[in-house]
Write a protein that binds this ligand. Structure first.
Ligand code: FES
Ligand SMILES: [Fe+2]
Length: 396
């Protein structure tokens, strides 16, 4: 994982006031809960007493109670009560859980995975997502693939006519998105499958955001063409806009072998004028999410599971000209990891404190014996307070 970044891990609505939520992200088991004022707390879920998972525990006032022997931990991570020793017992200072900085923004919980700093940077969200006025629905699910391969797959579209074809669901896409009214949509399959060429591509870099636009075109019939705008924001946000649909994917690392795909689907602009109530306008996006989860995403994952090596990186692929966005992602990920490593090697003593290594990290050698792009340094625990979330503004 790239250290010193905000990672979206869950939807905010999933963490209520009644019980803690256990989740595995960044190679660690975490527990999320809310204090009595509703503030979100995120801590390492391993109870230091005998290792039970606090995600299975209960909330008690401003503490979380371990499900095994009832030790309770406060929002600062320190143990506040040991029932077996009774009230007033001396509590060892070492009985504490790590506290991770979290923010809530745009319907998601963001986890800071990086160095401890007095001031944390803003969450990076491109305006295509932050300022999007369309109604949307969000779902998420885990898949057994490395997040770099997942991102690589979502950043390019010329696989779609090969991977996403001939399933019954694709016939809905064929007819509605690619078919012409002149032929009552019946020419959709042919038009979809023949638009294999990437044309008119444009690329720009804007801080931690990469923008790429192109037309998916039929070489023999350039009028059969769909325009796409793809906006990638590090560490893991991909926004895709087409005349017909708009989606945002967050590929959130669970660990070195698994990724949580958080997918947001926006209302269909073409259906908006006909549908009055918000719940009706959200019906199609919700349906699309189910279709994506159970059909199209599974088709992608099937291919990714067969890929070698499992982690993408510099020198791993033989990119072709239309892999500009993939190549830039790989190069910039390397750079960000190296920057984090350089920062870790020369800590500003006042602001950085070492902590025990986390379980997360990337192996230095990729399957197949090749050296991986720089091994990802393990971040030291964050703890500082940061400023508000801002959108990355588009320039130029
Ligand atoms: S393991 Fe948590 S209280 Fe014993
Ligand atoms: Fe795909």
């Amino acid at each position: 994982m790239i250290p010193n970044q905000w990672y979206p891990i869950l939807e905010t609505k999933e963490v209520g006031n009644d019980k803690p939520v256990g989740v595995r992200r960044m190679g660690e088991n975490l527990v999320l809960w809310r204090d009595l004022d509703g503030n979100l707390v995120c801590q390492g879920a391993r109870c230091p007493h005998k290792g039970a998972n606090l995600g299975d525990g209960r909330m008690k006032g401003n503490t979380i109670e371990c499900p095994y022997h009832g030790l309770r931990y406060g929002t600062d991570g320190a143990c506040k009560a040991i029932p077996a020793l009774g009230t007033g017992a001396r509590i060892p200072a070492s009985l504490r859980v790590p506290v991770h900085p979290v923010r809530e923004a745009h319907g998601l919980v963001w986890l800071w995975w990086g160095d401890q700093r007095a001031e944390l940077p803003d969450v990076q969200i491109a305006p295509e997502v932050a300022d999007n006025p369309l109604l949307h629905w969000t779902m998420h699910w885990p898949r057994p693939v490395h997040y770099t391969r997942y991102i690589e797959s979502v950043l390019e579209f010329y696989h779609i006519t090969f991977v996403h074809r001939d399933h019954w669901f694709n016939y809905i896409d064929y007819a509605l998105l690619y078919g012409t009214p002149r032929k009552f949509g019946l020419d959709g399959r042919e038009r979809y499958l023949s638009a294999t060429k990437v044309a008119n591509s444009r690329f720009e870099t804007d801080g931690q955001t990469l923008r790429y636009s192109f037309d998916g075109q039929d070489e023999n019939d350039p009028a059969n063409s769909s325009h796409y705008d793809v906006t990638f924001t590090f560490p893991c946000q991909v926004h895709i806009k087409n005349d017909q649909f708009e989606v945002t994917s967050w590929l959130s690392p669970i660990d070195e072998h698994n990724t949580e795909h958080i997918l947001r689907w926006y209302e269909y602009p073409n259906a908006k004028p006909f549908l009055r109530s918000p719940s009706l306008r959200l019906l199609l996006p919700r349906l699309s999410l189910y279709m994506e989860k159970w059909i199209q995403d599974i088709q992608d994952v099937r291919v990714m599971e067969g890929q070698e090596p499992k982690v993408t990186g510099r020198g791993v692929n033989k990119f072709i000209q239309v892999d500009e966005l993939n190549a830039k992602y790989v190069a910039m990920r390397d750079r960000l990891i190296q920057e984090a490593r350089a920062g870790a090697a020369a800590p500003a003593a006042a602001e950085r404190t070492p902590v025990a290594p986390s379980a997360a990290g990337v192996p230095g050698v990729l399957p197949g014996g090749r050296a991986a792009a720089p091994a990802e340094p393990k971040p030291r625990r964050g703890g500082g307070k940061g400023t508000a979330v801002t959108a990355v503004r588009k320039t130029g």
